[in-house]
Design a protein around this ligand. Structure first.
Ligand code: ARG
Length: 567
């Protein structure tokens, strides 16, 4: 039983005893964690009760304190209108360690999501473009949220909504016909595809017939013409092979690669439904949904030439996902720049009369920059993910060679550490903040970084290897010092961090929690000898080390980072 609920139970009992007839059930959310542990492990503010009971908060606190007596609570004090609870430290250590040890790999998991489905649209890269750093946050935030929801018992559906439709693909085929060849396709180089596109635009400035050729090729894609499809599919295959390499390194998976083109045969239905529901209005030959009453520009549904748009496809995709997966929540992990797009799409779905429009959530994130520089494809200032990952691994390898020359399989560990550094820095701050990536910071083994947390995990593993033959029964009295208690408090609250991350779509809650646990363990490690013979004290400290290892590994797993046993 967790201490928070136990305390809430005690408070409610005391209220019942001190103020019969009071109808003020206290809930978990009303307990606070004091800013300083010296003020107690939990605090209950009595201010809320004071109106109902017509009594000053300090008096209420006093009356309740007198009626609380439980073996797990060492003392209760009254300060101002607060009731402060101090745990019985020995019991708290025992309960916490027992609870975690009972499910070492699943501490913080639950079945709260049982029977409910969450769809997650993330990464969603574009065909014929290399995977650049702008797609990193979506990829890692989505991946982490999927893992977190799985852990909480939800059924999750991971969707890569590929950008695989649009007139640019007609232009690409035209360019390919002029300047490309089969060898280029065989080489699998997405860079070559990107270069084709750039060349198309350069040459089209002098030769306007190119644009017409591009349009003609796009019409052939729309008609399903064999040659156009063969080339288009080849472009798609090349891109997917390329991004899948990156997904493998990042350990990111999808249940479906249903991109924009997947909805080609589902467009008519959307357009007809919008028309039948009286939502379409004509505007300069195009068809739109007027959103003026909601303070937004119109949502463009059909272009003048009858072509559908990004928004039309997103409406079709939302309907398809609801009908196919019957989600309770459908998330779109996409950059903040698309905020208006999603607000428009969600509003249109609401206007279509679908009450589940309220379950659509744009999980937005801020801009990514690199060592202080913003990215811009146009300015040629782009950073590709495979280059970045290769560099991360290389840099990590340098550090490992220097710090642990004898380590086996350095390359694997270097990959896990390099990738960990990158992922961690993308998930450490709340997602709406801009991410500025700096090597020195990210690969630091001492700061608040991925390698630091991984290193702490490896440290625990090393202690446990040495502790192999300890057979004494743990004496929990050995864990009543401040450092052990601070650590235990964080471990016991880890499940709250996981729930919080899911509720706010904020993996950083988990990143922060594991970082705090790592820091608290290192502090403990420096102030206490863990291995000191075969006695109850050592056994207790080893047990603490074991659960720290397990919870860190779980937490890193939830944000998509490996936890090597040696570094
Ligand atoms: N491909 C788009 C881009 O790179 C992101 C797609 C996001 N998902 C969606 N359902 N619109 O900007």
């Amino acid at each position: 039983m967790d201490m928070k609920s136990a305390i809430v139970g005690l408070i409610n009992q005391a209220i019942g005893a001190a103020f019969p007839g009071a109808d003020a059930p206290v809930t978990d959310a009303m307990l606070e964690v004091p800013p300083d542990a010296a003020l107690g492990d939990y605090a209950f503010p009595c201010f809320r009760l004071s109106k109902q009971l017509r009594m000053a908060p300090p008096k209420i606190a006093q009356a309740l304190a007198e009626r609380i007596d439980a073996p797990d609570i060492a003392t209760v004090t009254c300060v101002g209108g607060y009731l402060n609870f101090f745990f019985n430290r020995r019991n708290f250590a025992e309960h916490t360690l027992d609870a975690i040890a009972a499910q070492p790999d699943r501490w913080g998991s639950s079945q709260e999501g049982a029977g409910r489905t969450v769809c997650l649209d993330y990464s969603s890269v574009n065909i014929a473009k290399r995977f650049h750093i702008g797609h990193l946050p979506s990829t890692v935030i989505g991946n982490s949220l999927k893992r977190i929801y799985d852990f909480l018992g939800y059924t999750t559906v991971g969707i890569n909504h590929l950008g695989d439709w649009g007139t640019q693909f007609g232009k690409m085929i035209a360019a390919y016909k002029h300047w490309g060849d089969e060898d280029m396709i065989a080489s699998g180089s997405v860079q070559a595809l990107q270069d084709l596109y750039v060349r198309f635009h350069r040459e089209a400035e002098d030769d306007p017939t190119l644009e017409e050729e591009g349009r003609a090729w796009f019409r052939r894609i729309e008609e399903g013409d064999a040659e156009a499809m063969r080339i288009f599919e080849a472009f798609k295959d090349m891109t997917l092979k390329d991004v899948e390499r990156v997904y493998d390194i990042l350990d990111v998976r999808f249940d479906h690669y249903t991109g924009e083109s997947f909805y080609n045969d589902k467009m008519d239905r959307v357009v007809n439904e919008l028309r039948d529901k009286g939502l379409l209005t004509e505007s300069e030959g195009a068809w739109v949904v007027d959103l003026e009453p909601y303070g937004m520009p119109p949502c463009l549904i059909l272009k003048r030439d009858g072509a559908t748009l990004y928004a039309t496809r997103d409406i079709a995709a939302a309907l398809y996902r609801k009908e196919t997966y019957d989600f309770s929540r459908s998330l779109y992990v996409v950059a903040y720049q698309q905020d208006l797009h999603f607000r428009q799409v969600f509003k249109v779905i609401e206007l279509m009369g679908y009450p589940w429009a309220k379950d659509l959530v744009h999980v937005a994130f801020g801009m990514v920059s690199y060592e202080g520089q913003a990215f811009s494809t146009r300015a040629g200032n782009v950073l590709y993910l495979d280059d970045l990952l290769a560099r991360a691994q290389e840099k990590a390898l340098d550090i490992i060679r220097e710090k642990s020359p004898d380590l086996e399989d350095k390359n694997t560990v270097a990959r896990q550490v390099g990738v960990g550094a990158l992922v961690f820095s993308a998930l450490y701050n709340s997602r709406i903040k801009d991410v500025d990536f700096w090597w020195d910071r990210a690969l630091n083994f001492d700061g608040e970084t991925g390698p630091y947390v991984q290193y702490t995990h490896a440290r625990c593993c090393s202690v446990l290897r040495k502790a192999d033959e300890i057979s004494a029964t743990p004496d929990h009295e050995a864990l009543t010092d401040d450092e052990a208690q601070a650590l235990l408090r964080m471990l016991s609250r880890f499940p709250e961090a996981v729930r919080d991350a899911a509720a706010r779509y904020e993996p950083s809650a988990v990143t922060r929690a594991v970082t705090e646990i790592a820091k608290a363990y290192n502090k403990y490690y420096y102030e206490h000898r863990i291995l000191d013979g075969d006695n109850g004290q050592t056994a207790a400290r080893v047990l603490l080390t074991r659960v720290v290892r397990d919870v860190i590994r779980t937490g890193l797993g939830l944000i998509g980072i490996h936890a090597p046993e040696r570094m």
